[in-house]
Design a protein. Structure first.
Length: 264
């Protein structure tokens, strides 16, 4: 069974090795792809996990592999790490990049099946779940973009079905709402697919039932916002936003530890 929650204890620190880091507000250093972060310990734990943000690594606290890391480590490679078998390292890192995308697609399909069951959604979910169990060669040859194109209309249909009863729902699909002042805005059932909400003020906004697939919530202030039943919201979107104890969201997600406490 494919688990869609990260289990770092059963991974090989793949997110700390496979991707490249560029020195920026998100990362304190430059790190080439395929090179271990200097903070990665011998047992694949992060040596500064508890102080990532103050030490200049907030980007690490935002990332979530949706369970792809342990799937690659324990299923695709049978528990044998890239340190134990250096000849598999480059391939393993490539597989991780594919698996991460497959798990994201699977996250969306799982939510869609749960909230609006349909035979084609169930079949698509089973297909992607089976693919995550495939061998490295099959995974590396997967056309993820083609898979996304096939899944996209199924998710869009699910979104329309679930939001159909909400009146006056706004269409902000792909909109540039960077820094927008949307405090206490009524965005119930809004289409915010792919919207740029970077740094937006969404404090106390009503986002119940809003479609947030692909929305960029980096540094968006969702303190006190109601994201109950928001569609296709992911953990990494929540991690990227700024919230508090008054922010509500779907029960499949967890409150980021770096969110500040509610003033109320």
């Amino acid at each position: 069974m494919t688990t869609l929650r990260a289990d770092c204890a059963n991974c090989f620190g793949l997110c700390c090795v496979a991707p490249a880091f560029a020195a920026s507000a998100d990362f304190a250093i430059d790190k080439p792809a395929g090179t271990p972060c200097p903070n990665l310990l011998a047992d694949f734990r992060c040596g500064i996990h508890e102080t990532l943000r103050p030490q200049g690594f907030p980007g690490c606290t935002v990332f979530d592999c949706l369970g792809a890391g342990q799937k690659v480590a324990q299923v695709t490679y049978g528990g044998r790490s890239w340190r134990e078998a250096p000849d598999t390292a480059a391939e393993m890192f490539g597989v991780f990049a594919v698996m991460r995308q497959l798990h994201e697609i699977l996250w969306y399909l799982t939510e869609a099946v749960t909230r609006s069951p349909a035979a084609d959604l169930t079949a698509a979910r089973a297909e992607v779940a089976d693919l995550t169990d495939a061998d490295a060669a099959t995974l590396l040859s997967t056309d993820v973009d083609a898979l996304r194109r096939r899944v996209r209309p199924l998710l869009a249909r699910t979104s329309e079905t679930l939001r159909a009863e909400i009146r006056r729902k706004k269409d902000h699909r792909g909109a540039d709402l960077i820094g927008a002042r949307l405090r206490k805005a009524d965005l119930r059932g809004a289409n915010l697919r792919g919207a740029y909400l970077i740094g937006a003020d969404l404090r106390e906004a009503d986002l119940r039932g809003a479609d947030l697939i692909g929305a960029d919530l980096r540094d968006a202030n969702v303190s006190g916002a109601d994201l109950t039943d928001a569609l296709f919201l992911t953990q990494f979107q929540l991690n990227a936003a700024k919230g508090d104890t008054a922010t509500t969201f779907p029960g499949t997600l967890t409150r980021p530890t770096h969110w500040f406490a509610s003033a109320g």
